[in-house]
Design a protein around this ligand. Structure first.
Ligand code: ZN
Length: 462
């Protein structure tokens, strides 16, 4: 998770719910992912302090992210500190029932605020050292998107009736808002710049491993004597955010894969993620990390291969999917990141925003485009919505989902249409063809552009 980062709950659920809320609240209830997301949250974000193994305890469900207590001889270590002071206070009260030993160290797995905001509460008057990677200190904050990034990604501004959870935690930015989230942050006092830092704190041997992925400053904590691995947000029980829709640079996918490969080699017996409940048992831990690594790598490899063939993002997302043996993995469901957004991010990270379609080099302003669409619809007064739908099917350069929603044309309807069989499909394709033929004379072809009609995209007919 990152600055106002994290949550694909975010992902499909929140964004789609946000869009739907603006048009039709009732239809939001039909979003297929809602119940799945709710069940996931009920399972993974249930408020608990769990014993991972002797001397290692993790608090889940108290905040967006987990906080972990490691009890040593005459001292304790805290790994990640939750988001807010009130969250941290609730966790600290629970940890106090396990150990009242002074906190000797706080370790940040990375710089995102859902992991750092409660540090002052755990530090109290104990004056612990605070560990991070040096890149934590050197980081350049994300530019963000005018402060609305949390709303886009976490559903922070959704009405209660539509809000479910934060995808990787209970909530982020609700109800306090981002301004309240950094008040407990304490800066690191000890950093390392290499790949590994070996420490013994309160008699507990540990290694801090530099594992970039969701962030460049990512650190995993390995307890070799207990065979416990704390991954931060490098591993969660959800498909990762290879790109965060809140507005951030695409994540370094190849480094992410390499970091997971490094962690698999440790042979951990238990995994404590930065979000969601721990994975207990060596076999389960190996399966979880391997599935996560292989799933990410597969999406990356498929996307790059398609790019080499000249495929554009819209073409790539049509076929780049998790392999069948991983599609149902409980560690790769799209509660947080999505495969589709990841594919688009990998493309833009490697090839930039231009997808090779010359008609997109100088797009019309949104207002101009909207006026033309409205004018077109008015010309078809008798069957405005059906025609708008056919225009959408013909690939007009408008927000597919948004316009589909505006036309009452959601996923469920598309699925029903798809199930009507080849006959209906042929009829629709014929209608689309007629539509394109009618509209092409309106076009303003770009000199030198390949015929978009030839590839089924009348994007230059405006
Ligand atoms: Zn996080």
């Amino acid at each position: 998770m990152q600055r106002w980062s994290s949550g694909r709950l975010s992902a499909a659920a929140c964004l789609v719910a946000l869009l739907m809320a603006s048009s039709d609240t009732a239809k939001a209830q039909d979003f297929a992912g809602r119940e799945k997301l709710r069940a996931f949250g009920d399972q993974e974000f249930r408020k608990d302090v769990l014993t991972v193994t002797d001397g290692v305890y993790v608090a889940v469900g108290y905040s967006m992210a987990n906080a972990t207590l490691i009890v040593g001889n005459g001292g304790a270590i805290i790994v990640d500190t939750t988001t807010r002071i009130d969250d941290a206070q609730a966790v600290r009260a629970q940890f106090a029932t396990i150990s009242r030993a002074p906190v000797r160290a706080i370790i940040y797995t990375h710089s995102h605020p859902d992991h750092t905001g409660g540090a002052s509460v755990f530090a109290g008057t104990d004056r612990p050292e605070i560990y991070s990677h040096q890149l934590f200190v050197n980081r350049v904050p994300d530019l963000g998107r005018a402060g609305r990034d949390g709303g886009d990604q976490f559903g922070s501004t959704l009405p209660d009736a539509l809000y479910i959870n934060g995808g990787t935690g209970t909530e982020f930015g609700r109800p306090s808002g981002p301004a309240a989230m950094k008040t407990g942050f304490l800066p690191p006092t000890k950093t390392f710049s290499n790949d590994r830092l070996a420490l013994t704190i309160a008699g507990v041997r540990m290694e801090l491993l530099h594992t970039p992925g969701e962030t460049n400053d990512g650190v995993s904590v390995w307890l070799p004597d207990k065979r416990v691995l704390l991954t931060g947000d490098l591993f969660l029980k959800a498909f990762p955010n290879l790109y965060a829709i809140r507005g951030a640079a695409p994540r370094p996918v190849e480094q992410w894969v390499a970091s997971l490969t490094k962690l698999i080699a440790l042979g951990a017996e238990h995994i404590v993620p930065g979000h969601t409940r721990p994975v207990i048992g060596e076999a389960n831990a190996r399966v979880a990390l391997t599935a996560y690594r292989d799933g990410i790598k597969s999406i990356f490899d498929q996307t790059v291969e398609g790019m080499k063939r000249g495929e554009r993002p819209d073409e790539l997302v049509a076929h780049v999917k998790l392999p069948p043996q991983l599609a149902d993995s409980p560690y790769l469901q799209e509660y947080y990141g999505t495969v589709e957004w990841s594919v688009r991010a990998i493309y833009s990270d490697r090839l930039g925003w231009f997808d090779g379609n010359a008609t997109r080099l100088f797009p019309l302003p949104e207002s101009d485009r909207a006026q033309r669409i409205v004018a077109l619809a008015r010309r078809c007064a008798a069957d405005t919505f059906p025609r708008a739908r056919r225009a959408e099917h013909a690939g007009f350069p408008m927000g597919r989902r948004t316009h589909g929603l505006r036309a009452g044309h959601g996923r469920g309807e598309r699925r029903r249409e798809a199930s009507q069989g080849a006959g209906a499909d042929r009829t629709r394709r014929a209608a689309d063809k007629r539509q394109r033929q009618e509209l092409l004379p309106l076009g303003r072809p770009v000199p030198g552009a390949r015929s978009s009609a030839a590839v089924g995209e009348p994007g230059n007919c405006w």
